[in-house]
Design a binder for this molecule. Structure first.
Ligand code: BJ8
Length: 381
């Protein structure tokens, strides 16, 4: 029997609205699969007739509760994700029929063991490097195993045709999102990066039968046609590192308010997670595996394609400076930051700033001061 959580009335209006949107989708018979990572092959979910929804925690909420179970030193993204789930505050987790998880960083994969006590969780074993012998074979098998999990959980059949249709559909969504990001290639960008990334993020929360691709394409056209006065001369910033959803207001919004433009992300809120399409003519499971294995997250080793990507993005988006966001407890991005700094500062010769932070507001003032100084540095360069 479908019901709202006991604490529903204590939620704010926006959260209530999200709960109701998903509640209605479920009442229409939709099944929901929660996901946490860009490596999750969501085509399987759509081929099984369900919808996928992103579950990553994006605020301080739930962290205190999570810390009663998880170590305080863990990355805030993991703590917030688990805390929101365990306290029934996340509508998307609450209404998920199951979770597709992945072995990326150590903290996430161990957290999933605890999460599996709350919901059915299937963990895909992601190879740690793309160049290892058998990496593609083992990842292809993992994707087939995940398909079997979904078929059993959802009592559905993933057919060759439904998988092909899902691949074509998700390719179209990806292409639309990449085109949206590319609005900021215009100089000056006709829209703020905060606004562009908000539209892209909303695409992860699409629960109706409206045409998502047409909606994104329309928004992209409108942004391109917009005339933004006073945008000339604003320094253009590439943001790299950990996912930034939990610090967007504190860093991205504030950066733009202080006078710079956030034009591009080298993280999972940017082209990295979207730009690779799936070969629609190849054997589907292997084609899906090939596509996802290309994503250049720091959990991979070696991860040199990330460095090449940053060089290209700096050039294509005509970037004036790079800000790296490292969430406390994220070792993989923290270590890669050294190489990124060298590439940006020493090889390309642009200003670089690393911000180590979490989802709290305690460092808001300090970050604001550093953002202001960084803008001055880019302007003077
Ligand atoms: S593809 S970036 S979504 S793993 S949770 S690694 S911040 S310590 S989220 Fe990620 Fe997939 Fe990579 Fe993207 Fe670090 Fe925190 Fe781990 Fe994190």
């Amino acid at each position: 029997m479908l019901s709202l959580p006991k604490n529903f009335e204590s939620f704010g209006e926006a959260r209530k609205k999200s709960f109701m949107a998903l509640y209605e989708a479920k009442q229409r018979g939709k099944k929901v699969i929660g996901v946490f990572c860009s490596y999750t092959p969501v085509e399987l979910v759509y081929a099984a007739g369900a919808i996928s929804v992103g579950l990553c925690g994006k605020s301080e909420q739930g962290i205190a509760e999570a810390e009663t179970v998880l170590p305080k030193t863990l990355c805030p993204l993991i703590k917030a994700s688990y805390g929101m789930a365990m306290t029934d505050q996340c509508p998307f987790f609450y209404f998920s029929d199951g979770i597709l998880a992945e072995t990326t960083c150590d903290g996430k994969k161990k957290m999933y063991e605890l999460m599996s006590m709350l919901k059915p969780v299937h963990v895909l074993n992601l190879p740690q490097g793309r160049d290892q012998a058998m990496a593609l074979e083992s990842w292809t098998q993992e994707i087939k195993n995940a398909a079997k999990f979904l078929e059993k959980l959802l009592n559905a059949k993933i057919t060759e045709q439904s998988l092909h249709d899902a691949i074509v559909y998700r390719n179209k969504v990806r292409k639309a999102i990449v085109d949206l990001y590319e609005v900021a290639k215009l100089k000056p960008s006709p829209a703020s990066g905060y606004e562009i990334s908000t539209i892209a993020e909303n695409a992860d929360f699409h629960f109706t039968d409206d045409d998502l691709v047409a909606k994104i394409e329309k928004q992209t056209r409108e942004l391109k046609e917009r005339v933004r006065t006073g945008a000339e001369g604003r320094p253009r910033v590439l943001v790299t590192g950990c996912p930034n959803a939990g610090v967007r207001d504190k860093i991205i919004k504030r950066l733009e308010e202080l006078g710079a433009d956030y034009v591009c992300a080298d993280n999972c809120a940017g082209p990295r997670a979207q730009k690779f399409m799936i070969d629609e003519d190849a054997e589907p499971y292997r084609a899906i595996a090939e596509r996802y294995l290309k994503i250049n997250c720091s959990v991979m080793t070696p991860n040199t394609t990330r460095y090449d990507d940053i060089r290209n993005l700096i050039d294509e988006y005509r970037v004036d400076g790079v800000i790296e966001i490292v969430l406390h407890g994220c070792h993989t991005f923290a270590v890669e930051a050294y190489t990124i700094m060298n590439i940006v500062q020493n090889e390309i010769g642009l200003p670089y700033m690393r911000l180590d932070t979490d989802f709290s507001q305690s460092d808001k003032g300090q970050i604001e001061t550093r953002l202001g100084a960084f803008i001055e540095m880019m302007t003077a360069a």
